[in-house]
Design a protein around this ligand. Structure first.
Ligand code: NAI
Ligand code: MG
Length: 495
């Protein structure tokens, strides 16, 4: 049985989708379009305008004017906050429609999109709306030793960075747009957003909702297109003051280089190879926890618990338990009821993930379960558990971004911190034990931005999220993100 697609969703995907620039829907300057496929079938889902450097330039111009002269900067913080709150409300009002578009475009099960992606996206706007009235500076009593006897009145102002370019990936298309847009708007910036070419639909729907919420023209512009053209033009544009990127570490490094031209500010949320550590004294819930840590969103999570470490005495039991869950997962189209895991997002990701599986098996790893593509239609991969790996294998060192976990035993807490940190990444980590002192002691030793104890993949708009090492620069969410979207000005008056 298939979930019935709403009429509004059918209409949305039937019409060619345009770029959203300065409050207007417009075709790409080149007139070009590209197709976004349904990953469950490989068939075309919708036709999308293919923006490139010329469209980015137009959008940046609109964002620049909206920042420099537009009404956005003249709104009171309270007015701005209420508009941002309304975006959250509109997301909830359109929850089914957005969840269907997300499921069709990305492949994730519709109930998951409806229960997780959509409410989390709304919550991001609701949480950030409250900060609009709470952006504060300080007064500072300064000493200035070379001006004896002088008195000053000195304070800081926290101001928007300006025009922000935002480039987002396809694994949580709407949520990534929300993580980026909400704090940028709260702090008074204007934005050009470049969604991932694999999943442009919900960002375009969100642009409609943002306009309906009362965001003035030019404040949010959405340019769909490819990374090497539209994305690269945005990262390099001289009139963009900041670029915020989520995606691969490889492209993150290109963003840094592109940003060097005008030294725009950069924040990056990149890949991971996160350790999930199960001690012998863990509760039985650790088995399901370890399976969810890797299989949620088909492993297409930057924080996926992709390196499972289990203390020796329970290695066989935990690995077999995770494998059993893997075997029981029902694969199918995201819009089919009963589906627990959908396809990977694209043919490219299918090839990338199966390439890793081949490399791991050729290097001598054992597939306890899975290890191959599933079926011959759509981009499905079997949930896979690999053992007998070595720390130098590609499957252990590199981000696979699919439903593939490598499992290895460890003996003591002294060994496990070093093994967990033996990676270029530092995004997340899980610890499963009933000895909470041990958990906190290990949490401190792990070089990663998020550590979950007896849980995994817990996200909240109020919790800062980001990476150590090559997992990124800066933090998203929480009040920490406000720093990434503001400049601080020190104003000094000689009295
Ligand atoms: P990607 O990093 O190439 O794409 C992410 C975004 O960056 C997309 O919007 C894309 O259009 C844009 N982009 C690509 N090249 C660009 C460039 N030169 N300049 C500016 N923007 C550019 O990721 P891709 O190719 O979709 O996936 C490859 C691998 O990246 C995955 O297998 C996974 O390992 C990792 N990845 C990590 C994500 C995360 O959340 N940390 C999300 C998506 C992918
Ligand atoms: Mg790429």
């Amino acid at each position: 049985m298939t979930v019935t697609v709403d009429r509004s969703v059918e209409e949305f995907t039937a019409a060619p989708r345009q770029l959203f620039i300065n409050g207007q829907w417009t075709t790409a300057a080149s007139g070009k379009t590209f197709d976004t496929p349904n990953p469950a079938t490989g068939q075309t889902l919708a036709r999308i305008a293919e923006g490139d450097a010329a469209d980015i330039d137009k959008a940046v111009g609109a964002a620049r004017r909206a920042f420099d002269d537009g009404p956005w900067g003249r709104l009171t913080p309270s007015e701005r906050g209420r508009i941002i709150w309304r975006i959250g409300d509109l997301i909830l009002e359109h929850a089914e429609e957005l969840a269907q578009l997300e499921s069709l475009d990305n492949g994730k099960p519709y109930p998951v999109a409806l229960a997780a992606d959509i409410p989390l996206s709304a919550d991001m706007f609701h949480y950030m709306a409250g900060w609009a009235t709470k952006i504060e500076g300080n007064t500072i009593d300064i000493s200035v030793p070379y001006m004896p006897g002088a008195n000053f009145h000195t304070y800081t102002l926290r101001e928007p960075v300006g025009v922000v370019g935002q480039i987002i990936p396809w694994n949580f298309p709407l949520l990534m747009a929300a993580w980026k847009l909400a704090p940028a708007l709260t702090t008074g910036n204007t934005v050009v957003l470049k969604p991932a070419e694999q999943t442009p639909l919900t960002a375009l729907k969100l642009a409609e909702l943002i306009a309906a919420a009362g965001v003035p023209d030019g404040v949010v512009n959405v340019v769909t297109g490819f990374g090497e053209t539209a994305g690269a033009a945005l990262a390099a544009h001289p009139h963009v003051d900041k670029v915020a990127f989520t995606g691969s570490t490889e492209v993150g490094k290109l963003i840094v280089q592109a940003a060097a031209g005008n030294l725009k500010k950069v924040s990056l949320e990149l890949g991971g190879k996160s350790p999930n550590i199960v001690f012998e004294d863990a509760s039985p819930a650790a088995v399901e926890g370890a399976a969810n840590a890797i299989f949620f969103n088909h492993g297409q999570c930057c924080v996926a618990g992709s390196r499972l470490f289990v203390q020796e005495g329970r290695f066989d039991e935990v690995v077999e338990g995770v494998a059993q869950i893997a075997r029981s997962i029902r694969l199918g189209p995201g819009m089919e009821s009963g589906t627990q895991m959908g396809p990977l997002v694209s043919d490219e990701q299918l090839r990338r993930v199966t390439g890793y599986l081949e490399s791991g098996l050729a290097d001598g790893a054992t597939a306890v379960t899975g290890g191959t593509r599933h079926g011959d239609q759509g981009y499905f991969v079997e949930p896979t558990v690999l053992t007998n790996t070595r720390p130098d294998m590609k499957v252990v060192r590199e981000e696979i971004f699919g439903p593939v976990v490598v499992a290895a035993p460890f003996s003591s807490i002294d060994d496990i911190a070093a093994a967990a940190n033996d990676t270029d990444y530092g995004l997340g980590a899980g610890i499963w034990t009933q000895d909470i002192s041990k958990a906190h002691a290990l949490a401190k030793k792990i070089r990663a931005g998020s550590v979950w104890i007896n849980c995994y993949n817990v996200f909240d708009a109020s919790l800062p999220f980001g990476g150590y090492k090559q997992s990124g620069w800066g933090r998203e969410m929480g009040h920490e993100v406000l720093e990434a979207y503001t400049e601080v000005k020190a104003v000094t008056t000689l009295l």
